[in-house]
Design a protein around this ligand. Structure first.
Ligand code: HPA
Length: 287
């Protein structure tokens, strides 16, 4: 049997966070809170969160700590576009050596805090030849290659208080949230591409043959996060929205003088933060 967290572990973390939430505590209980996960290079988006109570991950019971560069390790509770958000400034990845259950621990804690809408952001490599570095892509569906290889956060004893043993993933990214994101982008004249996100474990970037394989499989972007969080969110009945920043175009040929590197991912992420902040704020206003 895999070692798993129990409901009481999630509740201990949630109780701790609630205690720390200060003046936001009352509003946290109104069940109108949105969860936000900030991906690579998107750290600075946290600066837009007002009146933030900052809780370092290492102080929260059972929370893993963030080891990836470009990921701070803190939880922020504050206001964005007039709404209370619980934001992860830095997330956990499978490639850091955490189990899928550890990677998604904070999402279930958010659920116990009353969060029922979850906005996941990430940095991703572009596979669709029509995309460019700096584009935003609304995730419409995913290829969970890590899950297919047996690493799902939902493996192990099912906690019925969260959801059913066999959750559907027919609409892993809620249609209502996707429509709202598209309407917001159109109103703000921000181009929002749409596509399928392929989830790989990393930490290496993909080989050219892998890129061609993923494209054949129907993926438009590739990355190392988000899907486990979307699974756990769906399992727990949350409405999930996923937005990728295409930070680099994936390289699909041998013998080019181009290469993929983490610095490029962070640089592009940082460059688009103001636009992404506008898009997310617009979405929150319309929720
Ligand atoms: N591949 C995988 N993950 C990524 C990439 C990529 O090209 N860019 C940003 N995250």
């Amino acid at each position: 049997m895999l070692s798993q967290f129990e409901l009481s572990d999630y509740d201990r973390a949630a109780d701790f966070i609630r205690d720390q939430a200060g003046s936001h505590q009352g509003r946290l209980a109104e069940l109108d809170t949105v969860g936000l996960v900030l991906g690579s290079g998107l750290n600075a988006l946290a600066l837009a969160i007002g009146d933030a109570v900052v809780i370092p991950y290492e102080s929260i019971p059972h929370f893993p700590t963030s080891t990836a560069t470009g990921h701070e390790g803190r939880l922020l509770i504050g206001t964005l576009a007039g709404r209370i958000v619980v934001a992860m400034q830095g997330r956990f990845h499978f490639y850091e050596g955490y189990s899928a259950a550890e990677v998604t621990f904070p999402i279930r804690v958010m659920r116990r805090l009353g969060v029922d809408r979850l906005i996941l952001t990430n940095a991703a490599g572009g596979l669709n030849p029509e995309f460019c570095a700096g584009d935003f892509m609304l995730i419409v569906d995913h290829l969970n290659l890590v899950g297919m290889a047996g690493h799902s956060p939902l493996i192990g004893p099912n906690i019925e208080s969260f959801g059913t043993r066999f959750p559907s993933m027919t609409e892993a990214y809620a249609g209502s949230m996707r429509r709202l994101a598209l309407e917001t982008a159109a109103a703000l004249k921000i181009e929002l591409r749409q596509g399928v996100y392929a989830y790989l474990a990393g930490p290496n970037f993909e080989s050219p043959a892998e890129i061609r394989f993923l494209r054949l499989a129907g993926a438009d972007a590739v990355g190392m996060s988000t899907v486990p969080e979307a699974l756990v969110g769906n399992h727990a009945g949350m409405q999930v929205l996923g937005i990728s920043t295409i930070t680099n175009m994936a390289i699909d040929q041998l013998d080019t003088d181009r290469d993929t590197n983490h610095e490029e991912v962070l640089e592009t992420g940082e460059r688009v933060v103001p636009l992404l902040t506008a898009l997310l704020s617009g979405i929150l206003e319309r929720l």
